[in-house]
Design a protein around this ligand. Structure first.
Ligand code: FEO
Ligand code: CA
Ligand code: CA
Length: 716
């Protein structure tokens, strides 16, 4: 009924491998702008001017940089230091059959290529597990996929899904209430729940719930003519309410019609969760004095989730949304900032200026101390963010729950290790900010299929990763009851009153134990073939040095790391790791076989990561700035890698200015859903840098994309 009638798929021919990359790109330093280019294109308005916070944040601008502000001033070792101490060959899968890294070298490149029947007198012909022609890079304002595949935009920003089902208006004049009944802006992490997930086989591939994050909003596009400002402050409560409602999560029931097209079902299950939806706080930090606010004097409840980036889903059928760049939504004018705020980069002004409007619904974004105790103001409101939020998509009346045992940081996503009945659940999460860490959670209680629920995420141990130079790794507990942790705290001269306080200060706790500072951990994925855990490290411009002789020093392009736990059930304290892929142009990269990336797979800034059920790794990119506009990579893209063979091929290229993110599939793998976020990033109503997906003259809209094969068979 509401199926999208949008731009047709663009098909492109197979790549010609004779193309050469211009040598210009090999030594030209790349300068990155932020994830959100408004720091360049939007008015730079200082809300409070120079404040007492300028010791760590004095460049805040309204609608500015959405990425996390680097705030790790610890001296912990950096992954680059460790890489520098290793033989380069050891880092690459192609040379991994060495010493302690041999576990990852077990699969000899090519051993996964299925041998086809041997014709008499002919050598074996190997069949690729990536049976499509890699597509070339492109800079078109559309979606490119290989011949034989179709990509169809679906549920773009503003699609009506609930309430009065208000139609999207091309001039963005929909009200705040309309936005609360429509799909939010800037699609990100996403999961497909078969409609029979709770009762039945969980195999339904024609009917399910699509649940997706909306990471942030573009203020210049969400209103007809951008936001209204008076003296640098927000002047319209209606506008800010619309922005708040453009954030959060959408739950959308979808079904294939008789023609095989996916449609939105006008279902009571459809739901919008926004940056204002009431939520509960659970786990060790529940009720902590550091969570007391005017709204929740006992520190057990909060409102909203925001900047929801990647996602997760639980073995018991719930959705997990992850709060990433939340710190920029708050401001504090206090001169003495608490460690809970300082270590997370709170500034004297916020990204959207919501706190500049009067009224409790807006003042909660102002963390300035205003009363004698925390129950009278919102000094602790930022402590309500940086968590994993669990949502039951099948119960529209359920209250989302912030699970504090999983730690507080810029959560990119949450990925589970394979679950086993009678064993604890184990999950991983990266802190996507420059020089931050990778974490693992192990539940205290055992997983009981059919009986377990979100309470497994309330009691357990949070660990942080240390990657050792010899290819081994350690999980370091952040547990106040652990003797080593208490000893490290004592050495550092840091005290925590209880485990709740440890978790509210997760980054500080990780600093203390000597975790390894990473190059912006993004998505994780677990290989179903062997349990190896893969994580993207998207880039780290804060580590740029002047050493032009070592092109990886800048790590402008990012890489993918992987590890194997030493314990079969993933609960142990030791692991072995190596680098799966170094992203970058032909002259500065390595594929899983140890060879430079080629025209069929050069990429930069890997972000989204997902394994299909046959063990192929899908990689999505989030390049920005000059890397996108003038690098050799074209628009952001999605590639598929086969860890068994080391093959990597480009499968999809997105439209202008967009990030490719979010990925999930139906159980039959005949439909793949991905998201296109912020097409035409930096557009205004009068300067549209993309018009995808609606076409000429129309504002760009983030949207899901449905990928199918023309012959209706499995994707691969
Ligand atoms: Fe929202 Fe780390 O990307
Ligand atoms: Ca991301
Ligand atoms: Ca990213």
């Amino acid at each position: 009924m509401l199926a999208s009638k949008l731009a047709p798929t663009e098909r492109v021919p197979a790549i010609r491998l004779s193309t050469r990359i211009s040598p210009r790109f090999r030594d030209e330093p790349v300068i990155f702008s932020s994830h959100c280019p408004y720091s360049v294109r939007a008015p730079s308005i200082r809300l409070y001017g120079d404040s007492a916070l300028n010791q760590h944040n004095d460049n805040a601008v309204l609608f500015g940089n959405g990425d996390e502000v680097p705030s790790n001033n610890s001296n912990n070792p950096h992954i680059r230091d460790l890489i520098g101490g290793l033989n380069r060959r050891q880092l690459l899968a192609g040379g991994a059959a060495l010493g302690t890294l041999a576990f990852l070298g077990a699969a000899i490149p090519g051993d996964a290529l299925a041998a086809e029947p041997q014709a008499k007198g002919q050598p074996f012909k190997l069949r690729s597990r990536l049976p499509f022609d890699a597509i070339p890079i492109s800079r078109t304002d559309g979606i490119s996929v290989p011949t034989g595949y179709k990509a169809t935009p679906f549920i773009p920003w503003g699609t009506p899904i609930t309430g009065r089902y208000p139609a999207f208006l091309d001039d963005a004049s929909n009200s705040a209430q309309d936005q609360a009944e429509q799909v939010g802006m800037h699609h990100d992490g996403m999961h497909y729940f078969p409609i029979d997930a709770r009762r039945g086989s969980a195999k339904s591939s024609d009917h399910g719930l699509l649940v997706l994050n909306h990471e942030y909003i573009d203020a210049p596009l969400i209103h007809p003519n951008g936001p209204t400002l008076v003296n640098g402050k927000r002047a319209s409560a209606e506008e800010v309410r619309k922005e708040i409602n453009g954030h959060g999560v959408s739950v959308v029931e979808i079904r294939r019609n008789v023609r095989g097209e996916w449609e939105v079902v006008p279902s009571p299950r459809n739901r919008r969760i926004t940056a204002a939806t009431p939520m509960e706080i659970r786990g060790p930090a529940r009720g902590n004095p550091l969570l007391q606010t005017r709204y929740s004097p006992d520190g057990t409840a909060t409102r909203g989730t925001q900047n929801n980036c990647s996602n997760g889903f639980t073995p018991w059928g719930t959705y997990l949304t992850c709060e990433e760049n939340w710190a920029g939504y708050f401001a504090t004018r206090d001169s003495d900032v608490s460690r809970e705020l300082k270590r997370y980069g709170l500034r004297s002004s916020s990204r959207f200026g919501w706190e500049t409007l009067p009224g409790d619904e807006f003042e909660r974004f102002d963390a300035t101390r205003k009363t004698t105790d925390a129950q009278g103001d919102y000094r602790n409101e930022p402590n309500h963010f940086g968590w994993i939020v669990e949502i039951d998509p099948f119960d529209p009346s359920s209250t989302p729950v912030k699970r504090t045992a999983l730690g507080r940081f810029a959560h990119e996503g949450l990925i589970f290790a394979p679950v086993q009945g009678g064993r604890p659940v184990v999950c991983y999460s990266g802190d996507d900010s420059q020089n931050e860490y990778i974490y693992k959670y192990v539940s205290r209680d055992k997983y009981r299929p059919g009986n377990s629920d979100g309470r497994l995420l309330d009691e357990g141990t949070l660990y942080v990763a240390r990657f050792n130079a010899d290819g081994s790794g350690d999980w370091l507990p952040l547990d106040i009851n652990d003797r080593r942790f208490r000893s490290a705290c004592e050495t550092a001269g840091v005290t925590f009153a209880n485990q709740g306080e440890v978790l509210i200060n997760t980054r500080l706790a990780a600093d203390i134990v000597g975790a390894t500072r990473m190059d912006r951990p993004e998505w994780g994925a677990v290989n179903p073939d062997n349990g190896e855990v893969y994580f993207t490290l998207t880039n780290n411009t804060a580590r740029t040095t002047t050493d032009a002789a070592n092109p990886r020093i800048a790590n402008a392009y990012g890489h993918i790391i992987r590890w194997r736990e030493n314990s079969r059930d993933h609960t142990g304290l030791r692991f072995d790791w190596n680098i799966f892929l170094l992203a970058g142009p032909n002259g500065d990269s390595r594929d899983p076989k140890g060879q430079p990336l080629s025209e069929q797979n050069i990429l930069a800034s890997p972000d989204g990561l997902w394994f299909d059920d046959e063990g192929r790794l899908w990689i999505q990119t989030d390049m920005s700035g000059s890397q996108l506009s003038s690098g050799p990579f074209g628009n952001n893209q999605m590639l598929v890698a086969d860890p068994r063979s080391g093959e990597v091929k480009r499968f999809l290229v997105g439209p202008l200015g967009a990030e490719v993110t979010g990925i999930t599939a139906t159980p039959d793998f005949k439909t793949l859903f991905i998201n296109i976020q912020h097409p035409g990033e930096g557009s205004t109503a009068t300067n549209l840098l993309s018009t995808w997906p609606d076409g000429p003259g129309k504002r760009p809209r983030s949207a899901t994309v449905i990928i199918t094969r023309d012959d209706g068979r499995r994707l691969l």
